[in-house]
Ligand binder design. Structure first.
Ligand code: IPE
Ligand code: IPE
Ligand code: MG
Length: 246
């Protein structure tokens, strides 16, 4: 039986987050430039987005470019931005066909104008789609996201609109970039690295973590399905005892 056939459709995670890592090493292993890995990573994105939508996943959030990634060599940063522009443009038709709604989180004003425009265009074109919500984390830093939420709330307190005592977890969460989305139940990281790299720190408080040695350009929907199956075998206790949750 394939992984997909073994998945319990009644127990799907609503939201899956992915740290797509290992493009550079994948390319290096083939004697190519790192950028070649990023180009091939797009094929994985396409397949995983389709696979997730087909299964009925509601939210897929992909770590596409971190705030820290701006520190990479200029050549690589420019190549990634150009890849983003051309991919967004090329994929709109497919997103429409698959009923995918595109979304983005991060410090988007940091993106080059052309990239920001292409992103806005794809987001508005797909805004009425009702299937998978595909969120790209771009120029994203989780600590940065938490700080901007704190600033928004502080401004409301200063203007008298809000009392400090009114601030609770729900309100704080609503002021993150991901406000309105459920928290990811499953976080996948490829490439054999066991770290979070400043991704969705608040939101993954109780997520199940799944690490695979596969490099991102080798990851396909079957690998996503394997991760979901692994997720479904786990017991999520949320601080309670096994007896309580069963
Ligand atoms: C992930 O692959 C893509 C981005 C961070 C943009 P990497 O480029 O980090 O590849 P490795 O980890 O160096 O192999
Ligand atoms: C995390 O990967 C960011 C993305 C996948 C976009 P990195 O390759 O930048 O992470 P570190 O620096 O190895 O932790
Ligand atoms: Mg990396």
């Amino acid at each position: 039986m394939s992984y997909k056939d073994q998945i319990d459709l009644l127990k799907l995670p609503r939201h899956i987050a992915v740290i797509m890592d290992g493009n550079g090493r994948w390319a290096k292993g083939k004697g190519k430039l790192r950028v070649f890995g990023h180009h091939n990573g797009v094929l994985s994105v396409r397949d995983v987005v389709e696979g997730a939508g087909e299964l009925g996943i509601e939210y897929l959030t992909l770590y596409t470019f971190s705030a820290e990634n701006w520190s990479r060599p200029k050549f690589e940063v420019i190549a990634i931005m150009e890849l983003l522009i051309s991919t967004l443009n090329k994929e709109i038709a497919k997103l429409m066909k698959n009923n995918v709604r595109l979304n983005a989180i991060g410090d988007l004003n940091m993106l080059p104008d052309k990239c920001h425009k292409e992103l806005d265009n794809a987001i508005s074109k797909t805004a009425a789609n009702t299937g998978l919500v595909l969120t790209l984390a771009l120029s994203y830093s989780s600590r940065g996201e938490i700080v901007q939420a704190a600033k928004k709330l502080a401004a409301k307190v200063q203007s008298g609109e809000l009392q400090p005592a009114d601030i609770d977890e729900k309100m704080f969460e609503d002021n993150l970039y991901t406000g309105g989305m459920p928290n990811p139940e499953l976080l996948i990281r490829t490439s054999g690295e066991y770290r979070i790299s400043n991704y969705l720190l608040w939101q993954i408080a109780y997520a199940e973590l799944y690490f695979t040695a596969k490099l991102w350009p080798d990851f396909r929907r079957e690998d996503l399905y394997e991760a979901i199956l692994d997720f479904q075998k786990r017991e999520r206790r949320f601080g309670m005892t096994s007896e309580q949750v069963n």
